[in-house]
Design a protein around this ligand. Structure first.
Ligand SMILES: [Mg+2]
Ligand SMILES: [Zn+2]
Length: 227
């Protein structure tokens, strides 16, 4: 079993890119967001245009990112994965630099991160940020910078944890999905089997159950949420 997790709203308590834009970008970023919501531009185009609007020094950016809080039970979940020999990968349509900084500040090391790449050009004054897309997939209808369905190989043995729109394309794949918020609504509407969760404590309990269930028996996909 391999574990794949979304970052923003799943591990972090709020969307880190939005948090940065709110503080360091002119209000124009909302207009770009609207264009994406209306389907006029892709998620990747939206993110790149927004990141280019960030006006901050590296120190200012770091200080803000250091305020981001994560699901408290994620730290225990990471230790649980280590103890069971499960590889844990963050698959995010957010920004690699932010994610790595947040994880490191919480003492979380050894987690691979698949995300869009922040490019910082210190030679430029003001507009020194840009975004690269090493994991883009033009064939995916989602239009994300990171195409999650391309990163997560379809396997019922693997689990995927998410909460939002960037997780929709992977939820269609043959993978065991843990969902909350918009992703849970999406799976529900599309009759995609999923396990509901509130925190990583729920996920840990459910994964422990899956691991202890006898092999060759189908795993119940609609387990009750643990208290
Ligand atoms: Mg999310
Ligand atoms: Zn995709």
């Amino acid at each position: 079993m391999q574990v794949f997790c979304d970052f923003d709203g799943t591990i972090s308590k709020w969307d880190v890119t939005d948090f940065v834009l709110q503080r360091f970008a002119p209000p124009e970023w909302h207009k770009i967001e609207d264009q994406w919501t209306k389907g006029k531009i892709t998620s990747a185009q939206c993110m790149q245009r927004q990141v280019r609007l960030i006006r901050a020094t590296r120190d200012e950016l770091d200080a803000l990112v250091d305020m981001v809080e994560i699901d408290d039970s994620f730290i225990a979940f990471k230790a649980f994965c280590d103890s069971k020999g499960l590889s844990l990968t963050v698959v995010s349509d957010g920004v690699d630099y932010f994610i790595q900084r947040v994880l490191a500040r919480h003492g979380l090391t050894g987690i691979s991160v698949v995300a869009n790449k922040l490019v910082i050009d210190p030679a430029k004054v003001g507009a020194c940020f840009d975004l690269d897309f090493p994991f883009i997939n033009a064939a995916c209808a989602a239009g994300s910078g990171v195409c999650k369905c391309n990163v997560v190989a379809p396997s019922r043995d693997d689990i995927y944890v998410g909460d939002g729109r960037s997780d929709f394309c992977v939820s269609n794949a043959e993978v065991t999905v843990f969902a909350k918020a918009k992703l849970a609504d999406y799976c529900h509407r599309r009759r995609i089997p999923f396990i509901p969760y509130d925190s990583f404590a729920d996920i840990q309990a459910a994964v422990a159950k899956i691991l202890s269930s006898p092999p060759r028996q189908p795993v119940a996909l609609s387990v009750a949420k643990s208290a």
